[in-house]
Design a protein. Sequence first.
Length: 95
Amino acid sequence: MALNIRPKAVLLAAAAGLATSGARLKLSETFLLVLSYTAIATCTVVIPIVATTLFPQRMKPRLISTKGWLAAHSPVISATISILIGGFLIAVGLR
């Protein structure tokens, strides 16, 4: 479990928690928001796994291509996500 905790994921979850708690929503709205966040966050993992299980030959070239692109652009992706989340946290803090 501890190996699955990545700093970007923790920061993103913290930002989502801050946004949710700062929104002053009803319990039902908060539940719907948390459910939506969880569905969106998990679909980025579940969809490729299900597609690869159902269509392994069609997915293999796409996965290899995506892996290469992510490896080549990883620093830029990480920096962009960190800057966006940091900006959001600063904005929430200034409110």
